[in-house]
Design a protein around this ligand. Structure first.
Ligand code: ZN
Ligand code: ZN
Length: 614
């Protein structure tokens, strides 16, 4: 069990509190400088408690020499603080007991296991290894093992870096006493993902203390009170940059409109002004990935790294080979939960959102793909992770067909109630790469739609368009709002359309055969796929039609309906198709989605007219 020592450093009559897992290293460090005196206050197995006490000590650090009486005062203060935390933790867990221990005594801990030169050289290796990372203690250890570097006594070189202010550390879940006139309470926060409300208070068998943990990011390894969370800035010094030229091997051509949008994004990435965000707003099927190439190429040629954050693993897997082909001389890494490359370093890193949390102040350019689609409530976690992964002064490029209101308002602004085509913070590309307009959805009201389906009655506004699509040899996505609807609608269609019953399937997120079914659909061994919103974006199948059953259900918001409609007419050979919204009642989302699609078509048309006239 690790213990954390809380001590005061007295220098020129000012006092500051420090925490260390290895006091001997701190002694070695401070001995290099003159005029310091160190006083140990006590020790705790809980890192969160140690940090809370450090804050308390610093608040109360008065001027004047630290004598025995002053030390007693500090120890008393620490003990009363721990008592209060025990009380509040007991209230949270509804189990009053001693959750945290703190031994207020002096002593000097164990001596350093290594010579100072050894610690120094290990610190250099460690710093190079974790630069640009934000990692839990166990992850640092695993990384060290994998690289064949420092593995035992990691505390000592790490503490050396902390004392040099080259690394920062804190408990992965921190505790703070919040005092108010109404009542005092204990506030816990996950330093990795930013979660506060959902933190769970429990007992830990590792530190044998109260130890709150974060359930929100638990699939990345448990973030908890006794685990150190270590952040090391990864900004590359300008001397280390390797400039190169001609990294972009892609020989395709952009349409004039695509070219303008891509140039805007490149100019943003290349501008001398540090920081800032830019919104690349391009309708579904505008050829988004290619629009990024000039901005990525510019950044790589300046010797810098690019991070592309994207919501889902499927998108990572699809994007990496395309980028590697476009940039054959650079290293493109695929970073997701199961990826073997996630601990390595590359030039372009394509990562799922959770993995973005493992980077810290590293990337001069962060691209956020499908900024509205991240599977997080309110996207707060994503924005936080992206901000932390960007290098100081780094730029954030948001790429989406359906910008969430917060981005739209902040970056696209408004003139006379309508979005403008471009500004210094955004560019809007309303036209698809093949130049044809977006298919406009048709809205049909069917009262008691799902009742009729459940009772097996024929719903002609559903069955007739399906028959027509299949007769024309199209493939059909049928979106339903709930997972439970998938088997019901699937069975209903098999009964109503016996001739093609074997070519109808249903999928949802938890379906183990999901990938196989999508593949069969892609290869046209299936005609009709009943699906939840999991296929609303990403999956592109040429020559397909779309029906949304129950488009009035709240799971289909405006962005989701625009994305679904965007599945249709993606190829130049077949730029048109059916988009049908069947609903029981009128909803604002469906109306707004149709209005938005029509507006994009109008904008594209007026742009074409202007360019024809010019
Ligand atoms: Zn968390
Ligand atoms: Zn613990």
């Amino acid at each position: 069990m690790r213990e954390y020592i809380l001590y005061l450093k007295e220098e020129n009559k000012t006092t500051q509190a420090y925490i260390t897992p290895c006091f001997a290293v701190d002694k070695l460090f401070w001995e290099q400088q003159d005029g310091q005196r160190l006083h140990i206050i006590g020790r705790s197995p809980s890192l969160a408690i140690a940090f809370m006490l450090r804050e308390k000590m610093n608040e109360h650090a008065a001027e004047g020499p630290i004598d025995e009486a002053a030390l007693r005062r500090f120890r008393k203060l620490a003990e009363s603080c721990v008592r209060e935390t025990n009380l509040l933790y007991g209230r949270e867990t509804k189990e009053p007991k001693t959750w945290f221990t703190f031994s207020a005594d002096g002593g000097y801990g164990t001596p350093a296991s290594k010579e100072i030169d050894m610690i120094r050289s290990q610190a250099e290796k460690l710093s190079a290894m974790i630069a640009g990372r934000a990692l839990l203690w166990d992850e640092v250890a695993r990384l060290g093992e994998q690289r064949g570097e420092v593995t035992v006594g990691l505390e000592e070189p790490l503490q050396w870096l902390v004392l040099q202010k080259r690394a920062a550390w804190q408990p992965a879940v921190s505790l703070r006493l919040r005092k108010s006139w109404l009542r005092h309470r204990l506030q816990a926060a996950c330093e990795r993902c930013g979660e506060q409300a959902a933190i769970l208070f429990s007992f830990c068998h590792r530190c044998r203390q109260g130890c709150a943990y974060c359930p929100t990011c638990i699939n990345m390894g448990r973030s908890k009170c006794c685990t150190p969370y270590i952040c090391v800035s990864g900004e590359v010094r300008s001397g280390d940059k390797v400039r190169r030229s001609g990294v972009l091997a892609w020989k395709g051509a952009l349409t004039p409109l695509q070219g303008q949008a891509a140039e805007r994004a490149r100019a943003f990435a290349a501008s001398e002004r540090p920081g800032g965000s830019f919104l690349l707003w391009a309708v579904c099927g505008a050829g988004k990935t290619e629009l990024l190439f000039p901005a990525i190429a510019h950044t790589l040629e300046a010797g810098k790294q690019v991070l592309i954050a994207t919501p889902r693993k499927d998108v990572v897997l699809e994007l990496v080979p395309r980028l590697q082909q476009a940039f054959p001389t650079v290293r493109v890494l695929s970073v997701h939960g199961a990826s073997t490359e996630k601990w390595e370093d590359g030039d372009v890193i394509v990562a799922t959102t959770h993995q973005v949390m493992r980077y810290y102040q590293k990337f001069p350019l962060v691209v956020v793909d499908e900024a509205d689609a991240f599977p997080f409530h309110g996207n707060r976690m994503l924005y936080r992770a992206v901000q932390r992964a960007a290098a100081p002064g780094g730029k954030q490029l948001y790429l989406t067909a359906t910008p969430p209101p917060v981005l739209r308002k902040r970056l696209a602004g408004r003139t006379c109630g309508g979005p403008i085509l471009s500004s210094s913070t955004h560019v809007l590309l309303p036209q698809r790469f093949h130049g044809h307009p977006l298919p406009v959805p048709v809205r049909i009201k069917v009262p008691r739609l799902f009742d009729k389906i459940r009772h097996g009655r024929p719903v002609l506004p559903l069955l007739n368009p399906i028959r027509e699509s299949l007769r024309r040899g199209k493939r059909l996505f049928l979106f339903v709002p709930r997972i439970a609807d998938v088997p019901v609608v699937h069975a209903y269609l098999r009964r109503q359309l016996p001739a093609c019953a074997d070519r109808i399937e249903g999928v949802h997120a938890a379906d183990p055969d999901r990938e196989a079914k999508v593949l069969r659909f892609r290869e046209h061994r299936l005609d009709l796929l009943v699906t939840t919103t999991i296929l609303e974006r990403g999956v592109t199948i040429p020559d397909s039609d779309v029906i949304v059953l129950g488009a009035d259900n709240p799971v289909f918001d405006q962005a989701s309906l625009v994305q679904i409609a965007g599945r249709v007419g993606r190829s130049a050979a077949s730029p048109d198709g059916l988009v049908l919204f069947l609903l029981e009642k009128k909803t604002r989302a469906a109306i707004a989605a149709i209005r938005e699609i029509k507006r994009m078509n109008r904008l594209a048309q007026s742009l074409r007219r202007t360019s024809d006239a010019g």
